[in-house]
Structures are given as C-alpha cells and as structure tokens.
Design a binder for this molecule. Structure first.
Ligand code: EPS
Length: 374
C-alpha cells in the first residue's frame, strides 16, 4: 500500500511529506522532483510569494545511493518566507476560505492558526510525493499530464490535438493551456480581474496514459479507482468538482450515445473507438486513457474584499486581505497530476506487489502476457 502524509505551515520552516510503501530498487533523480516543483510554481496570475520561493527538495530518508530501499521516504521543501511567529493576528474571516469554520472548530481567536495550514502552500509537499509516484509509474510506461481547459468564461479548443501536442503547447503557455488564442484571452481576463481586485477559477484536465486494464476493483466501494482518484483531487485546496470522461454531459445523452462500443481486432485485440467513460468502467481501468476534469473555484482572498464579521468585536467588516494569487488554475493541474500519480501508483502496487521493482516488473509483464492471451 502506498500512503503519504504532509506536514508544514505556509510560513513555517518547511513543508514535509512522508511517502510510505515505495518498492525497493527504484532510482530516484532529485532533479525530476525539482522539475515538478518548478512546474507548480509558475502560471500567469500567481502572486508575489512565488517570486520569493525557489522550491527545491531535500530527500531526508528512504534512499541509499539514490535508490529506494523499501523504507518510507521523507521529503523536505524549505520555505524562504518563514515568518510564522511574526505574522499578524487575523480577525476578519474570508468568505470561501477555511477561516471561519476552522476558527470555530479549533477554538482559536486568531484565524492565522487556521490559514497557515489550510493554505495551498501545502501542495508543494504533495507535488514532491507525487513526483516520486510518477518516477515509479514511468517504469511501467504510465505517463500523466494536465492542461488548463478554461479560465473563467474563456474555454480552450483542443479537439483533434494529440497528447504530445497538448504537452508541448501547454508547457509553453503562461496559463498551461494548449490553445494559444485562448491562452492570450485567459491572460487578459486575469489582468482584468487583478485590476478589479478580484480572482478567477477554471477547469483543468488530467490525462493518464499507458494504464493497463484492471487497476482498481468493483469488489468493494473503497477499491473503486474512480472514487479514489476523485477523493485525491477533490482534496486539493479550492477544487469544487471532479468528473471522468464526458462527466456531467452523460446526463443529457442516451445510453446508446455514450457507452464506448467494444471491437476486436487480431492485432489491436479488444479496443474502443470512443472514450466517453474516461478510461474507467466499474471502478477499474479499461485500458483507455484516464481523462479527468476538475473545477477550481476562484481564490477566496480578494483585494477588494467581501463583507465579513470580526470574530472578536462581532462588528461588520471587510474580510482580511492577504498576499495571494489572482488565479492558480495552472498550478492546480500540476498538483492534480501529483495527486492522481499517487493513487495510480497505489493501484499498481496493489495489483503487482510492491516490495521490489524487479518483483513488480515480473508480475506486471506476466499480467500483460495474460491479457494478450485472453
Ligand atoms: C501558495 C502560497 C501562498 C499563496 C497561495 C499558494 O503564499 P502566501 O500566502 O504567503 O502568499 O500564494 O495560497 C493561497 C492562495 C491560499 O489561499 O492559501 C503556494 O505555495 O502555492
């Protein structure tokens, strides 16, 4: 079983992740983790914090000579801005943030205690752990990518683009969008929102390819892989919805117009011409690409704040204004890649055993043979 915990406050000393359950014998290149951390930092609409930080991982445990040994792996990413004890008291909760519910729940008179951990800074630790999961998946030819398909009302047109084109174009785009025209409009919308003291949300797509059929299971509710993936992505700060394949559009179409018909060819074996299911049927992968869409709400720190009530005086006030981002949808896609990498890696370990990479490879190759002969 692959599991992880994160620790750390936004302005504490560092962010930490412990990933437990990685097989032994896997080579880990620290530069690969740093590359993922760097991808999370960029994106048009990010705030001033990203100019302060230069996120780099330190691997504290779990490796010998850059190889996994079956031990839990501890990662640390230092915060350049670590002023937690000097940060001012916060009394005016932001609508949409964890501020008020968190203060009530943990019985604190300083919302700073809440926002320091609720902050999306936490995701730097998830991206670190996810990068390790991606390295493991790479051994089995499984690749994960993401791109932004909408920011506010601007929607990208990416129909007909292959995975490599999506990758190349979106990695060059300031908003990680594979449609250059939409990219420009998205940046304009972000500028407009910034000048109005507002924030913007959007939708991103995660694509997972090279996944064999049969990961996850219908046998028990908590083994359904779509459920696990949805939980891991829903738990990303500000994500409000997750769907697979054609998602909510399924409500409008008849069964005959949505289910992906099955064909057989001696060379291709079982295959589909469509992928409306998004690669998952019965809580299991079906061998097609996994397609996930998720919506991120606009960030709740507004430069032109909404109405609130002071938790000490109880008087009507404007919500607190913190340094923040105008739009973080491009970063959210990278975080969702990491979150889904951990879930897919967990399912791979579950199916193919996880003590050593050699054992996993034998089991994986044997299973592919079994499918071939089916
Ligand atoms: C973030 C760090 C935070 C914010 C943002 C994401 O840094 P600071 O609060 O010091 O500016 O930029 O977090 C939020 C928007 C939030 O609501 O928590 C990061 O590292 O991603």
């Amino acid at each position: 079983m692959l599991r992880y915990l994160t620790s750390g406050e936004s302005h504490g000393k560092c962010m930490l992740a412990i990933l437990d359950g990685m097989p032994a014998g896997l080579s880990i290149d620290k530069a690969v983790i740093d590359r993922e951390l760097a991808r999370r930092m960029v994106g048009y609409g990010r705030g001033k914090r990203m100019a302060i930080e230069a996120d780099r991982v330190e691997i504290l445990s779990g490796l010998r000579k850059n190889r996994t040994i079956g031990s839990p792996i501890a990662l640390m990413i230092k915060n350049a801005d670590h002023s937690i004890d000097k940060m001012p008291v916060v009394l005016e909760p932001r609508p949409g943030h964890a501020d008020l519910a968190g203060a009530l729940k943990y019985d604190t008179k300083d919302i700073r205690d809440v926002l320091e951990r609720a902050s999306a800074r936490e995701t730097v630790a998830r991206v670190g752990a996810g990068a390790l999961a991606k390295i493991l998946l790479g051994e089995f030819g499984i690749r994960i990518t993401s791109h932004v398909i909408a920011i506010s009302a601007v929607t990208a047109k990416t129909k007909g683009l292959g995975l490599n084109q999506i990758n190349v174009i979106s990695e060059k785009s300031p908003v990680r969008c594979a449609d250059p025209d939409a990219s420009r409009l998205m940046c304009k919308e972000i500028d407009k929102a910034a000048s109005e003291g507002d924030t913007l949300g959007g939708v991103f797509e995660v694509i997972i390819c090279g996944v064999p059929a049969g990961l996850g299971s219908y046998a028990q509710w908590d083994r359904r892989l779509d459920g696990r993936l949805a939980m891991s992505i829903m738990s990303i700060q500000a994500v409000k919805g997750v769907s697979f394949g054609i998602g909510f559009e399924a409500a409008r179409r008849k069964g005959s117009l949505i289910h992906d018909e099955i064909f057989y060819d001696k060379r291709k074996r079982f295959y589909r011409k469509t992928n409306n299911a998004g690669g998952l049927e019965g809580g299991m992968t079906n061998g097609e690409e996994i397609i996930i869409h998720a919506v991120m709400k606009p960030i709740s720190t507004l430069k032109k704040p909404l109405s609130s009530a002071n938790i000490k005086t109880k008087k009507a006030v404007s919500a607190t204004v913190e340094r923040s981002d105008v739009c973080a949808v491009p970063a959210a896609g990278v975080i969702a890649e990491a979150a889904s990498a951990i879930e897919i890696a967990n399912a791979v370990i579950e199916k193919f055993g996880g003590d050593s990479i050699g054992e996993m490879r034998r089991n994986f190759d044997g299973y592919l043979e079994q499918i071939k002969k089916f």
